[in-house]
Design a protein around this ligand. Structure first.
Ligand code: SF4
Length: 424
């Protein structure tokens, strides 16, 4: 079954009038909203009423918030708004995954993915347009960096998914948070969430707030490449679950795959994660994410080394077979290599899962998210140039192997098209 591209108009973006001077209430945590109403001379309980309308019933029009006075409705209409980011495109994969292209204030486009399963619905949310960290297996990293998303743009992805998937008890004041399509959230979309700390923390607090989405802390996961000072701060702001992108069992290899490791090496990272987990009141363990890349980090000796590295570090291990994308020479490992790797870890008594590839026909699989990022780092340009050079070399070598002596140049129209990063 082919994937579908659904027109933005058909999706029914809610009508939202955008006025620069108005305060957007969408990304405000409960304390922020209470302070806002207090400043207006209103009672703090108004914050709970309005929050429920926005985040539990999906209502953006103050006039439809029937348990607040007409006078306050009018005041809010003048001064405030509830503005979700604009969804410009929707893709539906053959396996039921959705991908939405979200336009953010900076003009960049980021991606949000919904993965339905029999017992849960997981939303993968982006926190930045692009990413500065440039992990070698990740399409987002190849794009450079443009901007941090605001708290409204982050929580707006969850708001949108509920709106689109019928997860809101719309206009039913007493329906509460029933019938939620999204049961789990992972901050594993585009960007390193801990490099957009304040906005991500505000959005996380809304995800777990009883008067908003009320998701359990076990069902909200921050995934980090290992920004140690931010992990050290985390316990003062949230008790969400944690996933760590490790991807290598030693510093030498991890320096190549996850360059931030040069600044925060593995021992320091594991110490920081262990401290955070110890600060949580319940017994939870972090998930170690390990992308298996053929011939790079998928040898049996890597699995043994990983088992030794983590022997005093309670965790679960999630193996992610590499998902190919343009601009990467990496290959997905064979099923045999994946099974061998898993077996070694299981024999060492780790709980190991192998992530099933979902949504790859719409470029929604792990590591494939790209959006459109107006790169400020010029990294995307460097990668395009490198891809062009390697294509030229390959064409020249091919010509030589066929008995020709021609040297190809850039003028031979081998240029990588600007949109070659986009899936499909
Ligand atoms: S894997 Fe995450 S941290 Fe690394 S480049 Fe991609 S988005 Fe950034």
């Amino acid at each position: 079954m082919p994937s579908a591209v659904i027109d933005s108009a058909v999706m029914g973006n809610p009508v939202m009038t955008q006025t620069a001077e108005k305060t957007n209430l969408l990304g405000m945590s409960l304390p922020m909203l209470q302070a806002y109403f207090q400043e207006m001379g209103e009672k703090p309980f108004r914050a709970v009423q309005v929050m429920k309308w926005i985040h539990q019933r999906g209502i953006t029009d103050f006039a439809a918030m029937t348990d607040i006075s007409h006078k306050l409705q009018e005041k809010l209409q003048l001064e405030a708004e509830v503005r979700a980011p604009k969804i410009v495109e929707e893709f539906l994969a053959a396996d039921g995954c959705y991908k939405w292209i979200v336009e953010v204030a900076s003009g960049s486009r980021v991606e949000t993915v919904f993965i339905p399963e029999s017992d849960r619905g997981t939303l993968c949310i982006s926190s930045q347009a692009g990413c500065i960290l440039d992990c070698s297996f990740c399409a987002t990293g190849k794009q450079g960096f443009n901007s941090n998303l605001t708290a409204a743009e982050i929580i707006g992805q969850l708001w949108w998914a509920n709106h689109r998937l019928g997860g809101f008890a719309e206009a039913r004041p007493h329906a509460g948070k029933t019938n939620r399509a999204v049961s789990n959230v992972v901050m594993m979309g585009m960007g390193e969430p801990l490099l957009n700390f304040d906005n991500v923390m505000a959005a996380l607090s809304l995800m777990m707030e009883d008067n908003a989405y009320g998701l359990s802390k076990r069902r909200v996961t921050i995934s980090t490449a290992g920004v140690v000072p931010a992990i050290d701060r985390l316990k003062d702001f949230t008790d969400a679950s944690l996933a760590v992108s490790l991807h290598a069992p030693n510093d030498e290899l991890r320096n190549q795959i996850v360059p931030v490791n040069r600044k925060y090496p593995i021992r320091e990272l594991l110490r920081s994660v262990a401290d955070y987990m110890a600060s949580l009141p319940d017994k939870r363990v972090p998930v170690i994410e390990y992308t298996l890349i053929s011939g790079v980090n998928d040898h049996k000796q890597h699995a043994h080394e990983l088992a030794t590295l983590l022997q005093d570090f309670p965790c679960k291990i999630n193996l992610i077979p590499f998902n190919p994308f343009a601009q990467s020479d990496y290959r997905r490992p064979s099923n045999n290599a994946i099974n061998n790797f898993r077996q070694i870890l299981q024999e060492a008594r780790y709980t190991v899962t192998v992530r099933t590839t979902r949504g790859d026909d719409i470029g929604a699989a792990c590591g494939q998210l790209v959006g459109e990022v107006a790169d400020q780092t010029r990294r995307s340009e460097r990668y395009r140039r490198a891809a062009l050079e390697s294509e030229i070399q390959a064409q020249t070598a091919l010509a030589a192997s066929q008995g020709g002596s021609r040297t190809f140049t850039r003028a031979d129209n081998l240029a990588v098209p600007a949109d070659s990063r986009k899936p499909n």
